[in-house]
Design a protein around this ligand. Structure first.
Ligand SMILES: [Zn+2]
Length: 232
């Protein structure tokens, strides 16, 4: 099913004259929960590399972008805390959310279609303890930290942390916190026009979803480019 979808998207891409339409194919060589390796055949290096870049930082994923500190009596500065929260990878659901720039709300604060609220309310601890991403509760059932074990802050007895963190979709080209992949590498084979693309997900999206979204994004951008050229 995935392969057919890829083929259809590839067919759209390869409809351009510069592609070898009949020879193009994309096949999954290896796949697990974190990583996918695909073979791109009949695709020029320039387009294979463009796909690699899309998979790295061209696909929207969720990350914390705005933090309201209600109480922070720890020794950690608010700014450092906000930065640490923003770097926590969040599971992303692209089917229900849109990027703020494309949302009908046109609001700086966002709406339920373009942002998700996450909260921490530690309460005052009796002993020194570590607050982890497990305590970052989300209003959405899917958009939440990819792991419960990411350390956020250590609180001493009596210290307290209470905050609201607003996550939104963004792209890694704007900031690395929105990178969909930790690794996106293109390697050659001994055959001409054959490349191996290796993707390691940051955890926000399934690896196969990154490749499909990357192809989709590349197709859309090429389509936009064709329209701009046609309008000249
Ligand atoms: Zn909105």
């Amino acid at each position: 099913m995935v392969f057919i979808y890829v083929q259809e998207l590839a067919r759209f891409l390869f409809g351009l004259k510069c592609f070898h339409f009949d020879l193009a194919s994309i096949a999954i060589i290896e796949e697990d929960e974190q990583k996918i390796v695909v073979k791109l055949k009949g695709i020029q290096l320039e387009y294979a590399n463009a796909l690699r870049r899309m998979c790295l930082n061209g696909i929207p994923v969720f990350a914390v972008d705005d933090v309201v500190i209600i109480e922070n009596s720890s020794v950690f500065a608010d700014e450092a805390l906000a930065h640490r929260l923003s770097m926590i990878p969040l599971k992303t659901d692209l089917s229900r959310f849109v990027e703020p720039s494309k949302c009908d709300c046109h609001s700086d604060t966002g709406c339920s279609n373009c942002r998700v609220l996450l909260m921490i309310d530690s309460g005052p601890p009796d002993t020194t303890r570590l607050v982890t991403s497990a305590e970052l509760t989300s209003e959405d059932e899917i958009v939440k930290p990819v792991s419960d074990k990411i350390p956020i802050i250590e609180l001493a007895p009596g210290q307290k942390l209470k905050l609201e963190a607003y996550a939104r979709l963004g792209r890694g080209t704007e900031h690395a916190k929105w990178n969909a992949s930790n690794v996106s590498v293109l390697t050659e084979t001994d055959k001409e026009d054959e490349h191996i693309l290796t993707i390691e997900s940051s955890g926000c999206l399934e690896p196969s979803q990154i490749v499909l979204s990357g192809i989709n994004e590349l197709a859309n951008r090429i389509d936009d480019f064709k329209q701009i050229i046609a309008a000249l």
